[in-house]
Design a protein. Structure first.
Length: 234
């Protein structure tokens, strides 16, 4: 119940601060862009937009949220509530992922003029978005200023854009299978072009592994940089 209440509170906070309005405009822009393109280029570009959309939303938006909460002393305020660190992180990841799911479905249904597999698309987005959100939270909670967060973010960004480089044929390497977002990119591409059951299963398992790893890293960072420094026992 605490987690559900936290998710509702986060969604209300995001709504009041214009998150939904911003992403409505972004979604409309993507849809118009894809509709203006011929079917083949539009289908090629769609997975890129669907992959980068939750990346930007989860990674940078959660960074801004955390830094805003710290500036307003809201982050430390969670220490005196019954909300657990895991529940706090779950609320952040799920509330932002829901926005990604909604925008992704709208873009695919209204922008792409070819059939697609909604199950593969939803799986790819719902597992990719939390990874970016949790990693963004981890970096933000370790940063004191927006500039330091942006600097560290740009240093880490190449790890997440490797799948895009492979998709555009810039290079490929067996180690790319270990990239956090590669499974999501494969599922998104597969939702339009098809994918073997084996590749779909391996991609899903890979993403699930990275979600768990990102969650544990974020939780450890929360304890170290918020709970312990706030000297509150959970």
């Amino acid at each position: 119940m605490r987690a559900l209440a936290a998710i509702k509170a986060d969604m209300l906070f995001q709504y009041r601060h214009g998150f939904y309005a911003v992403y409505f405009l972004i979604t409309v822009f993507y849809i118009v862009l894809l509709r203006l393109l011929p079917p083949e280029p539009g289908t090629f570009l769609a997975p890129v937009l669907l992959f980068t959309d939750p990346a930007v939303l989860g990674f940078f938006f959660v960074g801004g949220l955390v830094l805003f909460e710290r500036k307003q002393n809201l982050l430390e305020g969670f220490l005196v509530t019954p909300l657990r660190p895991g529940e706090y992180l779950l609320a952040k990841a799920l509330s932002l992922s829901l926005i990604s799911l909604g925008t992704s479905l709208a873009i695919a249904w209204l922008g792409v003029r070819v059939p697609f597999n909604p199950l593969l698309l939803l799986t790819g987005v719902s597992l990719t978005a939390p990874i970016f959100t949790l990693v963004g939270f981890t970096l933000a909670v370790r940063s004191r200023t927006l500039n330091s967060f942006i600097l560290v973010s740009f240093l880490l960004t190449p790890v997440f854009v490797f799948p895009l480089a492979e998709y555009f044929g810039l290079f490929t390497h067996p180690l790319l299978y270990l990239a956090p977002g590669r499974g999501g990119m494969l599922l998104l591409v597969g939702s339009f072009r098809g994918i073997s059951p084996t590749d779909a299963a391996l991609s899903t398992l890979s993403l699930a592994f990275w979600v768990v790893l990102a969650f544990l890293w974020a939780k450890k960072s929360f304890y170290r940089y918020v709970v312990e420094r706030g000297m509150v026992s959970w």
